[in-house]
Structures are given as C-alpha cells and as structure tokens.
Design a protein around this ligand. Structure first.
Ligand code: HEC
Ligand code: HEC
Length: 466
C-alpha cells in the first residue's frame, strides 16, 4: 500500500503513540538523594481517578472504526452491537489489550472514549495503559507492562476501518507483540516544538534512532531516584510523564495539567506488585537468597527485611545487553529536552557514563519477557545464556496455561525461519520475536552463567518471592 505523508495526522499519530521514555540514565548519586515524601493518600486516590477515569487527548478514531476493525481479522468476531462485551474481549485478544480492572465504558484497558476536536463527535484514543496495563492468569493490573500489544497492526486496522490512510511513521512502531517505540515517539514529538514549546513547522534535528522497547512495571518506580532504562531522568519529574501530550497541548495547558500529573505520579508510586500465585519451595528459596546476595544484590539491591536499592548504572561494556537504547539517544535530543519546560526542575543528567540502570526486581515473576527490550522469555534463560532462543514465539495470551513456573516466564517455541515469510502475514509475524532485529539483541547480562544448576534453580525460587 502506498502511504502519503500528511503532517497533521502524522502528529496525531505520534501523539497516540504517545509517551515517554527518552529521557533516562545514570545516577551514581542515586543513593544520596533524599527519600521521597510519604505518599499522600488523597493525592494517590485523585491520581488513580485521573489516570483511569479521564482521557487527555482528542479522539483519533471513530466508534465505527472500533466496531469495524474486525473485518480485517481471520477469526470470526462477536457482533459489536448485540454482544459489546464479547466484542471488547475479542478485540482485546486480537490486538493485545486486556480487560480494564476499572470502569472504562465497555472498552478494553488502554483505549479511552473521547471526542474529536469539534468537541461533539465521539470517538476514541489510546491512553497510558495501552503500554502500562497488562494481565496475568486472567487478572488485569494497572502498571503491569502490556507484553501482548500489537501496536502496528492495531494502528493500521483502526486507520483503515476509519477510511483513512495510516500516515508514514519514520521509525519502527513494534515488530513483536509487547514492544513499542515510546522513546522515539517522544523524541519526534518534541522535535516539533521550540524550547518555549511553541510549535515548529520543521523539526529540530534530533539525530536519534531509538529501538522498540518492553515497558517497565510501574511498581518499581517508588524505589527509583532516577528513572527510564538509562537512569538519567529524575523519577521525581511528573512533567516527564506528560510528554505523551506533546502532540496536542500548549505550554499553558501543560502548566494547568501539571498538578493532575503530580497526582498520577503519586498513584504510580503507590502501586504494589502482584504476589507469585503458585507454591514456592521455602528451603530452596532461602538458599536462593544467599546466592542472590552474593551474586546479584550489589547491582539489584536487597529485599525483605533490609530493603536497599543502589540505582546502579552499569556501563554497556559490563552489562553487555543490546546497546541501541543508549546509543540511539543522541546528545542533541537530550540537550533540546533540557532547554524546555519539561526539564526546568528535573533536567536529564548528561555527565555520567552511559549504561543501563539495574532495575529493582520486585514482582519480577510477573513481568516476563526480560531486559529493556524483552528479548529473553524466562528467568532461566536470562540466568543461563546458553539456553536463550534466537527467534521465539510470544504467547497467544497471558493465561497461566502459557506460563512456565519452572523457568519462570512465558512458554515459547524456537522458530527456524525468519518471522516474515510468504506463508505468514505481518499479524502472524508479530507473534515471533526475532533477536537479530535492530535493538532486539539478547546477548549480555551473563552474571548467572557461572552458577551451578542447583544454585540457579534455588535463585529462581527466591526470585519468585520478590
Ligand atoms: C507507547 C507505549 C507507552 C505509552 C503510551 C506510555 N508509556 Fe510509559 N513507558 C513506556 C516505555 C517503553 C518506557 C521505558 C522507556 C525508556 O526507559 O526508554 C516507559 C517508561 C515510563 C516510566 C518510567 C518507569 C521507570 O521505572 O523507569 C513512567 C513513570 C511512565 N512510563 C509513565 C507513563 C505515563 C504516566 C503514561 C501516560 C501519560 C505513559 N507512561 C504512556 C511505554 C509507554
Ligand atoms: C553488574 C551489575 C549486575 C549484576 C551483578 C546482576 N545484574 Fe541483573 N541486571 C543488571 C542490569 C544493568 C540490568 C538491565 C539490563 C538491560 O535491561 O539491558 C539487569 C537486568 C536484570 C533482570 C531483568 C529485569 C527486567 O525487568 O527485565 C533480571 C531478572 C536480573 N537482572 C536478575 C539478576 C540476577 C538474578 C543476578 C544475579 C545472578 C543479576 N541480575 C546480576 C545488572 C546486574
């Protein structure tokens, strides 16, 4: 299909694509920062409502596009008029949205009803939970990364069901289920603004080329002083979370919405991880803790009675994981961000060595696949690099039948031939994660390789308790 650039819809798409992500990195100083103030319960509750009950962007697609998208599916769909709930479930399964654990006007989590710019025509939009809302074992959670979303197919189908062409997007939206390019969306959106956030016709050259990413779980945010995968942006920045709105809002509107986003941030900081639902072998887990404290805690911190989190930025040559998230963020893009309102109180740090921040591991059992790019399907494969699959299937759903409680993560099959072949269309191809693609390498983090088989199994048992 021939696609035409249309700047208006291009910006709108970027808005949808929304999101953050590009500002992150190193903080050797993480330990020195003051502990955040105790969450204010009223702010948390206001934030929960502001996040789940309200939309912040105009509708991108009509209701008819939502109801009509199923004409592009191979499988049959329930009638959206006669069985709206059945249709919402089928829509969610098809594109990788999860049922909303809060009232959402009958839509799956991640979609939100809204109006068009005229203020009357009804339609819908995506919100934060398209990437930050997931489910596991049939239960949905706000803040569990959405590891199922097929962003590209969802976009394409919604535009064509609306009778419009999908605008050209100058970067990869997501080649595999569960990865999205939130970082590049932010960079491109910001490139159409001057330092004072007034709009530009021609973009500021940013020189960035960020890869698709797996979203981090929100429940670890409260532990962090610095956020995003590179750990360079202060976690206290509520403004950073507002980059999602850059396609639409003026500086005055951003200023007006800031208190709301501070509440949302308070809510994010209050989220707790789900507990491991299957039996845990306590003696093995106890020994696993010893292994963890010896081999892992210096980077990942400690859990349980003595909680600590060093917020360590591990240089690329030490961690050895795919470098493109770090290298793809050009200094120019960071410098431009740092001249804007977003960075006024919380600039992105630029004086530290580049690397990935070792994340807190709370609730790690629930957030497979692993690493910033989601390139490793299980903890066992993460901790024994010889068993990592080069090209593997993503599960058809997050039901427990697809969960591997031994290796901890998602069951998978290795795939020999490339994802896109004549016999597979792009929808089917997105069920295959191919580590040879840009930004998706599964090497590095070999810190578990030297462990004995028993120690590794005990360590995995311990990780289930976090
Ligand atoms: C298109 C997917 C997508 C959308 C939409 C999105 N995010 Fe994210 N978010 C991500 C990804 C991916 C990252 C990791 C970015 C990185 O570090 O490079 C991230 C990172 C974050 C972080 C930092 C977490 C940490 O521990 O470092 C916060 C906070 C966050 N997002 C909040 C939000 C909020 C609030 C919204 C809605 C206003 C939102 N996000 C919308 C994908 C998304
Ligand atoms: C030298 C520091 C260092 C050591 C030691 C280390 N890690 Fe990591 N770990 C990291 C960094 C940095 C990342 C993030 C890398 C990335 O995403 O590319 C990471 C990522 C992970 C992840 C994936 C997190 C996620 O949300 O996807 C897990 C799980 C993990 N480490 C467990 C362990 C265990 C268990 C050990 C002990 C055997 C260990 N690590 C030892 C630095 C370290």
């Amino acid at each position: 299909m021939r696609r035409r650039i249309n700047r208006q819809s291009f910006r709108v798409v970027l808005a949808l694509l929304g999101a953050l992500g590009w500002t992150a990195c190193p903080s050797a100083s993480a330990g020195e920062a003051p502990t955040p103030p105790k969450p204010d319960r009223e702010a948390v509750e206001r934030g929960r409502k502001a996040l789940t009950e309200r939309g912040y962007l105009y509708a991108e697609w009509s209701d008819a596009a939502y109801r009509g998208a199923s004409k592009y599916w191979d499988e049959p769909a329930p009638d959206p008029e006669k069985d709206p709930e059945g249709y919402a479930r089928a829509f969610g399964r098809h594109y990788g949205f999860h049922p909303a654990p809060y009232p959402n006007d009958g839509l799956p989590m991640g979609l939100k009803r809204s109006v068009k710019r005229d203020g009357v025509t009804r339609g819908m939009q995506v919100d934060c939970m398209v990437c930050h809302g997931g489910s596991i074992g049939g239960k949905s959670y706000v803040g569990l990364p959405n590891t199922q979303i097929d962003y590209e197919t969802f976009f394409l189908d919604m535009f064509r069901a609306d009778g419009r062409r999908m605008p050209i997007i100058p970067f990869i939206l997501g080649t595999a289920r569960g990865t999205t390019n939130a970082g590049m969306m932010s960079v491109v959106l910001l490139s159409f603004r001057n330092s004072d956030l007034s709009r530009r016709t021609f973009p500021v050259p940013m020189g960035s080329n960020l890869p698709e990413l797996d979203a981090p779980p929100w429940w670890v945010l409260k532990r962090k002083t610095m956020m995003y995968y590179d750990g360079r942006t202060p976690a206290a920045s509520a403004r950073a979370n507002m980059q999602f709105l850059l396609a639409e809002k003026s500086l005055a509107e951003f200023q007006e919405l800031e208190p709301t986003f501070r509440d949302i941030q308070a809510y994010l900081m209050s989220i707790e991880p789900p507990k491991y639902p299957f039996p845990i072998d306590a003696p093995r887990a106890d020994h696993g803790r010893v292994v963890f404290e010896k081999s892992c805690a210096r980077c990942h911190g400690t859990y349980g009675e003595t909680v600590s989190y060093p917020g360590k930025i591990v240089p690329l040559d030490v961690v050895g994981t795919d470098p493109e998230r770090i290298r793809g963020m050009a200094d120019r893009a960071v410098a431009h961000y740092n001249t804007t309102w977003f960075a006024e109180k919380h600039p992105v740090q630029t004086d530290e060595e580049d690397g990935y921040q070792a994340p807190p591991l709370d609730g790690i059992w629930a957030s497979a696949p692993y690493l910033h790019n989601g390139s490793i399907p299980t903890l066992n494969a993460l901790l024994d690099s010889s068993t990592r699959p080069k090209r593997f299937t993503r599960p058809p759903s997050t039901d427990f039948e697809h969960y591997d409680s031994q290796r901890v993560g998602w069951k998978f099959e290795e795939v020999a031939e490339p994802a896109t072949t004549k016999k597979r269309n792009s929808y089917e191809a997105h069920f295959i994660y191919d580590t040879s693609r840009y930004g998706l390498n599964n090497g590095g983090h070999t810190f578990g390789d030297k462990l004995s088989k028993d120690d590794r199994a005990d360590l995995i048992e311990y990780l289930k308790t976090l």
